[in-house]
Design a protein around this ligand. Structure first.
Ligand code: ADP
Ligand code: MG
Length: 434
């Protein structure tokens, strides 16, 4: 259908200082190609560099939906949740991104002016990194990796012009989760059960790596002592002269920049992580290592309730300290026992990984339920609009007969691998917030 043009047809809204809290009138111009009013306009940002295809390991990503930046995933989002709710009463405006320089040139007001929806929202299927991903870089980065700074600046401008983020999260929460800032901010609040962590600046690592390592070790010892005094001694506390560490980077995904090390190799590990080509991470996280991870529980939290859990483990740490050989428990073992429950069939694999110690297993479950409630409160403090879903990964160690220690490893933003939960549940809950 071709609409007749009015005299004002080509009056495109000017981009003015977006700090002014002006919300631009939507649907005020006729730049839209045809179109009629619909219930919702979805502005979708996805990867568009044809020569760098989206690839993913289907063992760790869900079979039906693929990785969170893949076409398949986006298609499933619409098929499972948008179409059943809106039928044809919606429209999609897709922005294909090839490199991060493009973000600065995108005008949210212009995008909004193209939309015919009574409500407009944005979905971002991209992975922000601290790294160079711009036009002309010699080393291509992986598909859908985009430079965090210009990207988040765009997301902020979109929100500032009244376009809420529906996937994955409002920008203030999304930044907190991808940066991993929450780890060092909360590890001294013992009840969150986060392994003690400190951050080391890139400058210190570059200038004097052995000194950087000593400082990190000494900070962690002080934190451990404080925890023993204020909370309790744990099995991961170091004895005199001993230390087991993990070095990791923020803005990193799929355990790509996580290394287990001893004090002797800490300096080298920090140095090599922050000096990787194209990486611009401004600091490195040094964390106490959970002594033995018998199993990992990936808890899917939907509207504040743990609805499913997938039990996994890495069978091996390679010679450079990277986790390898990802194993997951059989599907039957990971079925939750209904809404809000966290409990697998106890005879299954995860129980075996805990030496068939049912009491220790139950002990871990009780702690994970309590922690998940605490994380729900924390999320509410980060965003008044309730967070639709996150995946919380816990590390579990059986420390004695009938006793487990549980540690929070990761609070994963939407876009976590949904292997273990039906993605439609999450997609529908997201669309319900539109
Ligand atoms: N403090 C720790 N102690 C023991 N193992 C850890 C620790 N932190 C991470 N790991 C292992 O490394 C894996 C990846 O770490 P994670 O922090 O989840 O990084 P990513 O965000 O890249 O997934 C975890 O699944 C776990 O197996
Ligand atoms: Mg992880």
């Amino acid at each position: 259908m071709v609409r007749r043009r009015s005299a004002d047809a080509w009056k495109i809204p000017k981009t003015c200082n977006w700090n002014s809290n002006v919300l631009y009138p939507r649907c005020g111009t006729e730049m839209a190609v045809g179109g009629c009013e619909v219930a919702v306009s979805f502005i979708v940002f996805q990867w568009g560099a044809a020569k760098i295809g989206v690839q993913y390991d289907s063992h760790s990503w869900g079979e039906s939906e693929g990785s969170t930046v893949s076409n398949r995933f986006i298609q499933k989002f619409f098929q499972d949740a948008v179409i059943p709710k809106y039928q044809c009463d919606y429209e999609v405006l897709t922005v294909f991104i090839q490199h991060s320089d493009e973000f600065a040139g995108i005008s949210p007001e212009f995008l909004a002016s193209l939309c015919r929806g009574r409500s407009v929202c944005a979905l971002y299927f991209l992975w922000p990194i601290q790294g160079y991903q711009s036009y002309g870089e010699k080393l291509p980065t992986a598909a859908a990796y985009v430079t965090a700074e210009p990207f988040y600046a765009l997301v902020s401008r979109m929100e500032a012009s009244g376009i809420p983020t529906r996937w994955p999260h409002p920008v203030q929460l999304w930044k907190l989760l991808t940066s991993k800032d929450w780890i060092s901010q909360l590890c001294s609040s013992w009840q969150f059960q986060i392994p003690v962590t400190t951050r080391v600046s890139k400058a210190l690592v570059l200038v004097d790596p052995p000194k950087a390592a000593l400082m990190a070790l000494s900070a962690l010892r002080v934190l451990q002592r404080a925890r023993r005094e204020a909370w309790k001694a744990t099995h991961s506390d170091w004895s005199e002269g001993e230390a087991e560490l993990v070095v990791k980077l923020g803005y990193s995904y799929e355990a790509a920049d996580v290394r287990m090390v001893k004090p002797e190799t800490l300096a080298e590990a920090m140095y090599s992580l922050v000096t990787q080509p194209n990486y611009t991470n401004d600091c490195v996280y040094v964390q106490e290592r959970v002594r033995t991870v018998h199993l990992e529980a990936r808890c899917f939290v939907l509207n504040g309730e743990v609805v499913e859990a997938l039990f996994t483990r890495f069978a091996r740490i390679d010679c450079h300290g990277y986790v390898r050989d990802y194993e997951k428990s059989a599907k039957e073992a990971s079925q939750g026992q209904g809404q809000g429950q966290l409990g697998p069939g106890l005879e299954e694999e995860p129980l075996k990984w805990l030496s068939n110690d049912r009491t220790a297993f139950e002990d871990a479950m009780v702690q994970m339920r309590r922690l998940s409630r605490l994380w729900h409160l924390w999320l509410l403090a980060q965003s008044a609009e309730p967070t639709v879903s996150v995946r919380i990964d816990y590390l579990v160690e059986r420390v004695a007969e009938g006793r487990a220690e549980v540690w929070t490893c990761e609070v994963g933003e939407q876009g976590y691998s949904m292997e273990g939960i039906d993605p439609a549940l999450v997609f529908k809950a997201v669309v319900d917030t539109v």
